[in-house]
Design a protein around this ligand. Structure first.
Ligand code: RFL
Ligand code: PHB
Length: 389
């Protein structure tokens, strides 16, 4: 088999890249380790920046997002019971759209299925070869049979635990990492959200977040120590803990119910540099991870492949390597700003085992400054709704 671009991973990054290349007339095959249903069963991000919405529109997959997504003009932060709303429309004239990653993925999969573009699900033992030459190869096993795809480029869109980054020789990548001593326990519940907009809460007992997927489906998170298991958190325990961390007015309005999903995500900051090795490009979680506090992971992944698609289009249509040569530097500039913002929001809103009384006062001062200063509020709004490329 031969293709122009072999894409590893059918998450949002791989699927959007495939779609953008297809629209530019560039041939690509996607190899995904899991089944289509497994990929669609993962509950992850919920918030799209305005730039991500525009990108999905450009890819021709925005119709359902506009019909069903919830446009939010702000968020609330509650700090030790004091709640403040940040009005993004007034501060920066921008909004975000609440539309689940699952739905983005579903829309992209449907478009790909309709166009007949090739995706191999349940591709086992994917391995990358000859990345430093002009004709890399990807080998995999499907239905017990070993296969090979020859291509011009490989796009590593296979997430943090994927094979792409691991295929780069030792020493060719530099990595930067911070692991946080806690995770987020998340539940999904078919009950109306507690508030029309997201509520991020800091409390001495830990962080909490009230989010949603629709007017009738809510997504809630509480900070838990690293290594905690979801089994230790029956629904009643979760609801009690969440209520204690919210401001009284929000807690009062909380409508509880049986969880339909419950899982724990560890928190990590991670960047690999550069995002290219020979004919391999890294994009999305394969290249960088942010803690979910700033709602940046999915948005970065979409933005990366938006840039990569532009660069590859330039290569094929204009015969210019300028775009692919610039890809890593261009994307990393924005990635690091999102890393900073996500790290900062995590630091202000969570409780850290090592934080002393001084550190807690500093966190409170951060909140008071955010609330009291228009400049600080605008900075939050600008980062949350998404910095320009
Ligand atoms: P994905 O989604 O992990 O997809 C990678 C795909 O590659 C496949 N794969 C392989 N395929 C073939 N061979 C191999 N060897 C392979 N190894 C892996 C995997 O099966 C998978 O299908 O990465 P991608 O596309 O880069 O997308 C990144 C996003 O998924 C991620 O950044 C976000 O979900 C992060 N995130 C959030 N981001 C936001 O922008 N806003 C949010 O509100 C937000 N909330 C979140 C989040 C992530 C969370 N978790 C669970 C980590 C909330 C949570 C709880
Ligand atoms: C979510 O709805 O899953 C969500 C929203 C905002 C975040 C993280 C996760 O910052």
């Amino acid at each position: 088999m031969r293709t122009q671009v072999a894409i590893i991973g059918a998450g949002p990054a791989g699927l959007l890249l495939g779609r953008l290349l297809e629209r530019a007339g560039i041939d690509a095959v996607i190899l995904e380790r899991r089944s289509q249903d497994h990929v669609l069963g993962r509950i992850r991000a919920g918030v799209l920046e305005q730039g991500s919405v525009a990108l999905l529109d450009r890819a021709g997959v925005g119709a359902r997002m506009h019909a069903e997504g919830l446009v939010h003009g702000g968020i609330a932060i509650s700090f030790d019971g004091d709640r403040h709303r940040f009005d993004f429309r007034a501060l920066v004239g921008r909004t975000v759209t609440v539309y689940g990653q699952t739905e983005v993925t579903r829309d992209l999969m449907r478009a790909r299925d309709a166009s007949g573009a090739k995706t191999v699900y349940e591709a086992e033992d994917v391995s990358l070869h000859d990345l430093d030459g002009d004709s890399p190869k990807v080998r995999f096993v499907k239905d017990g049979i070993a296969r090979e795809i020859a291509c011009d480029f490989v796009a590593g869109c296979d997430g943090y635990h994927g094979v792409s980054r691991a295929s780069v020789p030792e020493g060719a990548l530099r990595t930067y990492e911070r692991v946080y001593p806690f995770g987020w326990l998340g539940i999904l519940v078919d009950r109306p959200p507690v508030s029309e907009e997201l509520v991020y809460a800091h409390h001495a007992r830990g962080f909490a977040l009230c989010s949603m997927r629709s007017p009738t489906r809510s997504r809630y998170y509480v900070q838990v120590p690293a290594g905690e298991k979801p089994e230790a958190w029956p629904d009643d325990r979760f609801w009690d803990e969440l209520r204690r961390r919210l401001d009284p007015e929000t807690a009062e309005r909380l409508v509880t119910g049986p969880s339909i999903e419950k899982s724990i995500a560890p928190l990590r900051s991670f960047v690999a540099e550069p995002l290219r090795f020979g004919r391999l490009f890294l994009a999305g979680d394969a290249a960088h991870i942010v803690p979910p506090t700033g709602a940046k992971g999915l948005n970065l992944a979409l933005n990366d492949v938006g840039c990569l698609a532009e660069a590859l289009t330039e290569f094929y249509l204009e015969r210019s390597a300028a775009g692919i040569d610039r890809y890593s530097d261009r994307v990393l500039k924005r990635v690091w700003k999102a890393e900073r913002f996500s790290w900062w929001m995590t630091s202000v809103l969570h409780t850290f085992p090592e934080t002393d009384a001084f550190g807690r006062r500093i966190q409170r001062a951060e909140f008071d400054y955010l609330v009291g200063s228009e400049a600080a509020s605008r900075s939050l709004a600008e980062n949350y709704t998404g910095l320009p490329l």
